[in-house]
Design a protein around this ligand. Structure first.
Ligand SMILES: [Zn+2]
Length: 457
């Protein structure tokens, strides 16, 4: 049995009623076994002096496979992202490209303190691509709910051109390598887009996922069609809403739509940087909270934004404050408070994210019996000292470079501020993959070229 004690840090557990305080955390194998003011144990020691010890972050919407396309859509709206990434790049991905993309993308997440990801894996051109994406994910050592994409990919293998075909692949993974619900990598389903495929296909996908005991995630109310489709109304009318769905974006949702999602027990993933970067509308954070729900956060696309979940929490918080203050100032009054708080946003990035994954009994907070997923963040750096309020330090100031140690299921994946993985080898493979993708995309007409971008400034 391995034993590790994280000593002398300021511990924020995200458990109800816990006040940040100096404490030691004892870990045996993959589990937390004690959190006490001082623990003397025959164990490997991690010195957390001048550090915050917090739960690992939980990202509820990220397309991990896209790591090799970093920044290509940074100046594009959503429809041009679709053309460049979904219709041009995705179809030319080989299994080896998605494998190294997932490995690199998961390492990026781990480096940023993200110990769990809901990976919306929507570049599944063939069953081999699914296997390769899972290979890369497992190789990273990160925790993932691997949501198998049921959406169409241009030119995909004919076995995946129907809901039944996609469900057959899901069932084989469910009975095979992703059978265990308590493994580091578990299976979920990323549904097709309702406006594209219609209700009957979505019904088949969702009911099939439920028969397999799998949770689902879907994009909704983010794209302004000429003839908008109200995903929530359609699924509600069909009796398909449920607590096993993570709704992504919901930028255009009304208070009634948020209420319906919250009453169904469903979760909402807000991706503030990506949504603002691609013109998808205002992030939903404060509207989810106003409906009595728990907002969660995702980085979504590193083709457009950063892979730091703390950055997403920071952005969501400040946008929420902007919108709230704007409303008050429109009435000629100054705001008397600036919700949401830093503590609320850390909940969004940890325990509420774990709830969205259906995993809050295992991850998302620090408590004896839970999985040992935690981060140790330096507070003696030039941008974090002195630490007075740990929530403020984490949400308003900390960068991935301040994250000294990342532990996932008791395994140390980053220490002394450096990933333990062999990044230089992964990077070389990622560069080779990028070369292949760039060549193949050029042959198909290329990414939307920069000179064609119509930006007034
Ligand atoms: Zn997305």
């Amino acid at each position: 049995m391995s034993r590790v004690v994280v000593k002398g840090g300021t511990v924020v557990t995200m458990e109800p009623g816990w006040l940040p305080q100096r404490a030691d955390v004892l870990i045996e194998d993959d589990k937390i076994v004690a959190i006490e003011p001082s623990i003397t144990a025959d164990a490997e020691q991690i010195d957390a002096t001048d550090c915050i010890v917090a739960p690992g972050l939980v990202d509820t919407h990220r397309h991990v496979w896209q790591a090799g396309l970093r920044g290509v859509t940074a100046d594009m709206v959503l429809k041009d992202y679709f053309r460049s990434v979904r219709f041009q790049a995705s179809p030319v991905y080989r299994p080896e490209d998605i494998e190294v993309g997932n490995l690199a993308g998961m390492l990026e997440a781990i480096d940023a303190g993200v110990t769990s990801v809901l990976d919306f894996s929507h570049s599944i051109s063939s069953p081999d691509h699914a296997e390769a994406a899972i290979d890369g994910t497992i190789a990273s050592g990160g925790r993932s709910q691997f949501a198998l994409g049921f959406n169409d990919v241009v030119g995909q293998h004919k076995s995946l051109d129907s809901a039944q075909g996609c469900l057959h692949l899901a069932e084989s993974l469910r009975k095979g390598r992703l059978a265990a619900d308590d493994a580091l990598v578990t299976l979920g389903i990323a549904l097709s887009d309702l406006p594209e495929v219609g209700l009957e296909r979505i019904r088949a996908e969702l009911e099939g996922a439920r028969r397999l005991g799998l949770r689902s995630t879907t994009n909704a109310l983010a794209i302004l069609f000429n003839d908008p489709v109200d995903d929530i109304e359609v699924l509600d009318g069909a009796g398909l809403l449920g607590p096993d769905i993570v709704w992504v974006h919901l930028n255009y949702a009304t208070p009634d739509q948020f209420r319906r999602v919250v009453e169904s027990g469903g979760s909402v993933s807000t991706c503030p940087e990506a949504e603002m970067a691609m013109g998808m509308g205002r992030p939903a954070t404060e509207r989810v909270l106003a409906a009595g729900g728990h907002c969660t956060l995702g980085c979504d696309v590193t083709t457009s934004v950063s892979g730091s979940l703390l950055q997403q929490a920071r952005t969501a918080m400040q946008v929420g404050r902007l919108l709230d203050a704007d409303e008050r100032m429109a009435t000629g009054k100054a705001p008397l408070s600036v919700p949401p708080s830093c503590e609320t946003m850390l909940k969004a990035a940890t325990i509420w994210g774990a709830e969205a994954l259906g995993q809050s009994h295992r991850i998302g907070s620090l408590r004896p019996g839970k999985q040992a997923d935690l981060i140790v963040v330096r507070t003696d750096a030039v941008n974090t000292a002195p630490m007075i309020d740990p929530y403020a330090t984490l949400i308003t100031q900390a960068q991935p470079s301040n994250i000294d140690t990342v532990m996932i299921a008791g395994e140390i994946r980053k220490s002394g501020g450096r990933l333990r993985a062999d990044w230089s080898t992964v990077q070389k493979r990622l560069e080779q993959s990028k070369e292949h993708v760039a060549r193949a995309v050029t042959e198909r007409g290329g990414f939307l070229p920069r000179p064609a971008l119509d930006l007034p400034w």
